[in-house]
Design a protein around this ligand. Structure first.
Ligand SMILES: *[C@@H]1O[C@H](CO)[C@@H](O)[C@H](O)[C@H]1NC(C)=O
Ligand SMILES: *[C@@H]1O[C@H](CO)[C@@H](O)[C@H](O)[C@H]1NC(C)=O
Length: 355
């Protein structure tokens, strides 16, 4: 009697174990497949305007308001270029993925922090190309000293000026809620389609002003892992590549980013996935008081990594045309006082392949 009961229990146990193993196996398989394959479904731009599609998928928008979005945003957000965008996207997805950036040789055989810092600071304090028509915060006069100097180049030899004139420019602004939106408002009033990404706004989507959309979404260097968080499908963290695919956008005339030390991994991600080539001008605030999120290694390796990222940009024909050392922030470089460096710089590059 007891023996039979024991055997029965043993069998139930084994069965349960088997089921568990199978479930685990299935999960791993699913996640691996998800990571390894370029997702063909996403490569094709949605038929409707990408913004609408995106907000339709974002589950926490009530049905009634969705309808309003569809009608409102169909004027400004869709550019009627989705077909072209889609074909380029498809081609782009065929490029093989890279897994790491090319590290530059050490600045000095001793691998010292001092020499790495010297090379890096020299690099970020010198423009590589002259821009004769700078626009700071979207304005061309200089009466905006109190604000951060978000600066773009409106020289005729680069595409942005033409795109603005023909009201075809698109600006993406990535931030974490602390910055004033003067730059965005001015770019929108110049005729650009401006998308602000900021996870701290109260509702999923705000049509802030004419041509200025605000999305409750944070740009990250990876998408949420589908195996770990299947119940959190409404996660508001995405890679820029995913957002572009979902919006059906291919190019961004200006990418402005103040990511409070996440900029290094995000920049690395844009380079590795080839998204950087879809950007016309890059305006970045960089933070140097610590290595940044998920940047590892000793201090010299960290600075070498930062420098290598900028050399990758240079290799893609991005030229630095504006650099600003923020003296209002602590003058601190990896928690030390090195060469009078500041912890914060604002840099602007132009993609010289876009002329
Ligand atoms: C930092 O680490 C790298 C290898 O990861 C090593 O080559 C280098 O010598 C180290 N630098 C210092 C100053 O210890
Ligand atoms: C750092 O700043 C101090 C005081 O402003 C100055 O005397 C010194 O020469 C500077 N050093 C470097 C390396 O620029």
């Amino acid at each position: 009697m007891l023996w039979r009961e024991l055997r029965l229990r043993w069998r139930t146990c084994t069965l349960r174990l088997l089921a568990l193993c199978l479930a685990a196996l299935f999960c791993t398989h699913f996640s691996v497949e998800h990571k390894a394959l370029p997702q063909p479904g996403l490569a094709v731009a949605p038929k409707e305007s990408g913004v609408e599609e995106y907000h339709r998928r974002l589950g926490d928008v009530p049905i009634k308001r969705q309808v309003i979005y569809v009608r409102r945003s169909s004027k400004g957000a869709s550019h009627g270029k989705q077909g072209a965008d889609a074909s380029v996207l498809r081609r782009d997805n065929l490029q093989s993925a890279r897994w790491h950036i090319d590290l530059q040789p050490w600045a000095d055989p001793s691998h010292s922090l001092e020499e790495e810092a010297r090379r890096f600071l020299h690099y970020i304090s010198k423009s590589q190309i002259i821009c004769s028509h700078l626009a700071t915060n979207g304005l061309t006069d200089d009466n905006v000293y109190s604000m951060k100097p978000w600066t773009v180049c409106l020289d005729d030899k680069f595409s942005l000026a033409h795109q603005i004139r023909s009201k075809q420019c698109r600006v993406y602004s990535l931030g974490l809620g602390e910055d004033a939106n003067i730059f965005e408002l001015n770019m929108a009033s110049e005729g650009c389609e401006v998308h602000r990404f900021d996870p701290s706004i109260p509702s999923a989507y705000i049509h802030e002003a004419e041509r200025l959309w605000h999305h409750r979404l944070s740009v990250d260097w990876r998408d949420p892992n589908p195996a770990i968080a299947p119940h959190r499908l409404h996660s508001n963290t995405k890679k820029l590549k995913t957002i572009l695919n979902e919006f059906g956008h291919w190019k961004i005339d200006v990418l402005k980013a103040d990511m409070e030390s996440a900029e290094w991994k995000i920049l690395e991600n844009l380079i590795l996935e080839g998204i950087i080539e879809q950007i016309g001008q890059l305006v970045l605030e960089i933070h140097l008081h610590w290595p940044g999120f998920e940047v590892s290694g000793n201090d010299s390796s960290v600075v070498r990594f930062w420098y290598s990222l900028f050399k990758e940009l240079e290799h893609k024909d991005f030229k630095l045309f504006y650099t600003y050392k923020d003296l209002s922030k602590p003058q601190m470089f990896l928690k030390k006082n090195i060469l009078n460096a500041s912890s914060c710089y604002t840099l602007s590059w132009v993609n010289t392949r876009w002329t």
